[in-house]
Design a protein around this ligand. Structure first.
Ligand code: ATP
Length: 393
């Protein structure tokens, strides 16, 4: 529904944006990220028809934003960084004024204002002067003026900037709601906001678009390796040997962390059972079951009573050498395994460790976070990733 084709803007003093090219489908919420001065506002002002591009074409629902400005603009709602509010008007009269300005038919204006008041939680503030609204309510009113004419496309320039944490949460949930029946382009400096709200992310750096991709995929797409961190239970020497030999044969870098175990990882099996049983007994405040207590008053070790053994019930007793009833240390090893060829080796690794009777306690595929991607792209000179064709869809 939005097409931005090879759009550039050159200001008198230079800088602006170059060859911006992307489109948006109906119903998408797209995050627009970039460092200060990257060109977000310039691009948004061109999309909303407030600024003419030096080159290129922008259409909304097939209508040129510049050649068919009136029609195209009726389909766009814009919340600039500083909402265009009139401080001397009341909330009610401001919304009536905007409804008229945006071409809402006279007979519908009253109803539309009431609808906006209710939808954006401005109830009870209709007669309050805009000047006296808090920043959060001013932002709600800014959103109301952007959607009062029921546009298809909503363009929001840093809608949560300057708000306190609870106002940020409120405005985000409003945006999420608006996203249910609008297409939304949202610029922000808060990367977490993109993760929370957006299906897709565009990153602009020094006036050029350097990334266009699904929010949950760009981390993996930017990776030039395949890496997992894992925790394996068992004897350290064996794990090191099994993993080390395999990694060497496969050309996989293995960083095995053999430092001291964290306290919770170095419980002995029998003491773990003692602790859990003691807790249970204390919680029930009943007399201990004599069958579960040894002569010296301690709960019996798991092997004493196969029927009630926690280990048997969970099936852990089958991992011999890993757990035992003679207070052998329950140890584990953490490792980072990295394949430079990006090949997914998880199934192979699973089989290797299963055959060696070394259980995987945790396995996590390492991806770049949105923050990593942002820093990587915006600390490189503009154009590099985009020009190489590596990052843009
Ligand atoms: N009216 C103008 N005249 C000249 N240069 C301008 C004008 N507006 C913006 N620029 C320049 O164009 C570039 C892009 O600015 P723009 O405001 O679009 O960036 P931005 O990504 O929105 O930044 P921020 O996150 O700080 O709001 C900057 O180098 C800026 O200095």
């Amino acid at each position: 529904m939005l097409e931005v084709k090879q759009v550039s803007k050159r200001y008198d003093g230079g800088r602006g944006v170059q060859n911006i090219d992307f489109s948006m489908r109906r119903g998408e919420i797209v995050g627009f990220l970039g460092p200060n001065g990257a060109g977000k506002t310039t691009t948004m002002r061109m999309i909303t028809g407030y600024l003419y591009p030096t080159e290129g074409i922008i259409t909304v629902d097939g209508l040129s934003v510049h050649d068919q400005a009136r029609k195209a603009r009726s389909r766009i709602g814009y919340l600039p960084e500083t909402p265009p509010l009139y401080p001397d008007l009341t909330v009610d009269s401001y919304l009536k004024f905007v409804a008229k300005l945006r071409g809402v038919p006279a007979r519908e204006q009253k109803l539309r204002v009431a609808e906006m008041v209710s939808r954006l939680g401005l109830n009870g503030r209709e007669k309050q002067s805009v000047r006296h609204l808090s920043k959060g309510y001013k932002q709600r009113l800014g959103l109301a003026q952007a959607i009062i004419h029921k546009p298809d496309l909503l363009v929001l320039d840093e809608p949560t900037s300057g708000l306190d944490p609870s106002q940020i949460i409120e405005i985000r949930s409003l945006i999420r709601e608006l996203g249910e029946n609008h297409t939304v382009l949202l610029s922000t400096h808060i990367l977490q906001e993109v993760g929370a709200l957006c299906d897709r992310v565009l990153i602009i750096n020094r006036g050029e678009l350097v990334m266009d991709g699904a929010t949950d995929e760009i981390g993996a797409r930017m990776e030039n390796r395949f890496a997992v961190t894992l925790e394996v239970g068992g004897e350290r020497e064996r794990i090191e040997m099994v993993l080390g030999q395999w990694a060497e044969a496969r050309g996989i870098a293995a960083e095995i962390r053999t430092g001291p175990l964290e306290p919770e990882k170095s419980l002995t099996v029998s003491s773990a059972i003692v602790e859990s049983d003691t807790d249970r007994l204390a919680a029930s405040s009943e007399a201990p079951d004599p069958d579960c207590v040894s002569e010296n008053g301690e709960p019996k070790a798991a092997s004493d009573d196969p029927e009630s053994s926690t280990l048997e019930k969970t099936g852990l007793q089958s991992a011999e050498g890993f757990v035992s009833s003679d207070r052998q240390t329950y140890s584990s090893v953490r490792a980072l395994l990295t394949a430079a060829d990006q090949q997914d080796f998880r199934v192979e690794l699973f089989r290797l460790l299963a055959d060696a009777d070394l259980p995987i306690l945790e396995l996590h595929k390492e991806n770049l976070t949105l923050e990593d991607v942002f820093l990587k792209l915006t600390s490189e000179p503009a154009g590099l990733p985009g020009k190489s064709g590596g990052e843009r869809k």
